[in-house]
Design a protein around this ligand. Structure first.
Ligand SMILES: [Mg+2]
Length: 303
């Protein structure tokens, strides 16, 4: 009965949501209903470089019980080692082997589209090691070789001084190219309080719009949350890491703070979900959430 009410709420009109206080007691009671816990990073585990209350206890508990968990980040800019080191500044231990980023999903994309060995243009810094090369692509930043490129990959550090005109002209010249944007986030918190950083995804959407005005149709391929690439990849590596088969996706819980990435990603992928109010989503936004953006349950904090 409860499940039916929750499902109808998910597709209903503006509706008040029941907010629970702490995730951890709820999880301890319901862990048996799940096979895998997927966790977001920013606003869920950490806020800047500070661990959120209860997170350390939660991760230690999962480890000690041997319960499968993975961390999903739309940060494609840092390698797993770099991201793990960045999270460690908060005192949390998230080993590189427990991290999956939007850049990892490039590997499956390259394989599915049969792009191995093809040349792509590197439109900014790709981290070390270069994740385009790790995914089996030949990468170049030599503009003289653009005609040889099968497409462009736009990282977070998109070179905004030169790339806009280069991309516009390259797609006008040949629209049959790939436009891959690993991180679909429009923006994220900057270094200063209240400051935000604009991502590459809004730029890709603008490019798509302006090219359409010229009669050229280009669709960016996004890989991070809420798109399926990162989830598919995470499930695959979790199965390998823990030696299990995740048949029923509803036995996977995605816990995150974003109603634009974590929650719709889980809903569209057939996974269960929970929203935390410790990050970018505020309580007053909840009543207006509909469809895929509406979380199944909401918690004020982890513990
Ligand atoms: Mg987040």
């Amino acid at each position: 009965m409860i499940a039916r009410i929750e499902v109808s709420a998910q597709y209903g009109m503006a509706m008040k949501m029941n907010i629970q206080d702490q995730f951890l007691p709820w999880w301890e009671e319901h862990e048996q209903n799940y096979d895998l816990l997927l966790l977001d990073v920013d606003g869920t585990l950490v806020q800047k470089h500070t661990a959120l209350p209860g997170v350390e206890e939660m991760l230690k508990g999962l480890e000690s019980r041997g319960f499968p968990w993975y961390v999903l980040t739309n940060d494609g800019h840092r390698s797993h080692d770099e991201k793990s080191a960045s999270i460690a500044k908060s005192g949390l231990n998230v080993p590189p082997s427990h991290l999956v980023s939007c850049a990892d999903a490039l590997l499956d994309f390259v394989r599915n589209e049969e792009l191995e060995g093809q040349m792509f243009f590197r439109a900014g810094y790709f981290g070390s090691p270069d994740y385009g090369e790790s995914a089996g692509l030949k990468m170049t930043d030599d503009t003289a070789r653009i005609s040889e490129c099968r497409g462009f990959i736009l990282p977070e550090s998109l070179d905004r001084a030169t790339m806009p005109d280069i991309l516009f002209n390259a797609f006008l010249d040949n629209p049959d190219r790939y436009l891959i944007v690993p991180n679909p986030d429009s923006y994220w918190p900057g270094f200063q309080p209240g400051e935000f950083v604009l991502g590459s995804a809004p730029f890709a959407r603008m490019l798509q719009k302006v090219l359409a005005e010229k009669g050229v149709r280009v669709s960016p391929h996004f890989l991070g949350k809420p798109h399926h690439g990162i989830f598919d990849y995470a499930i695959k590596v979790a199965e390998e890491h823990y030696g299990m088969t995740l048949g029923d996706r509803y036995r996977i819980l995605m816990l995150g703070d974003s109603v634009h990435s974590d929650i719709p990603g889980a809903v569209r992928g057939g996974m269960d979900n929970a929203l935390l109010l410790t990050g970018i989503t505020h309580e007053d936004q909840l009543t207006d959430l509909k469809g895929d953006n509406r979380p199944r349950r909401v918690f004020r904090r982890i513990a």
